[in-house]
Design a protein. Structure first.
Length: 97
C-alpha cells in the first residue's frame, strides 16, 4: 500500500494517484514473473487509510525476490519517490501453494 504525499489541491492529488496507477499498470507487461495483478484507489479516505493498494501473485518466494530487483520495478521505485511518503508491504504464502 502507498500513502501519497500532501498535494496543493484535491485535483493535484487525484492526478498524482492516477499517474501512480498508470505506472503500476505497466509492471505486469514488463515483468513476466507477475501471475496476477490488481491495483486500486482508496474510496473511503479515512484518516488512517492508505491511498493505493497493490496486489500481486507470484509462483515462488524466489520470484518475489527477482521482482524486487527487476529493472522495471526499480524504475517504478525511483518514480514513486516523488509521489509517496509511506508504503507498507505484506508478503505471504497461500497454504496450498
Amino acid at each position: 500500500m502507498f500513502k501519497l504525499k500532501e498535494f496543493d489541491s484535491d485535483s493535484a492529488e487525484t492526478a498524482a494517484a492516477n499517474e501512480l496507477l498508470k505506472q503500476l499498470d505497466k509492471l505486469p507487461e514488463a515483468i513476466d514473473l507477475i501471475r496476477r495483478y490488481k491495483a486500486g484507489l482508496d474510496v473511503r479516505k479515512l484518516n488512517w487509510s492508505y491511498d493505493i493498494v497493490l496486489e500481486m501473485d507470484f509462483d515462488t518466494i524466489a520470484d518475489i525476490d527477482a521482482y524486487t530487483i527487476h529493472p522495471a520495478h526499480q524504475k517504478f521505485i525511483a518514480f514513486n519517490k516523488d509521489y509517496s511518503v509511506a508504503k507498507v508491504c505484506v508478503d505471504f504464502q497461500l497454504e496450498n501453494s
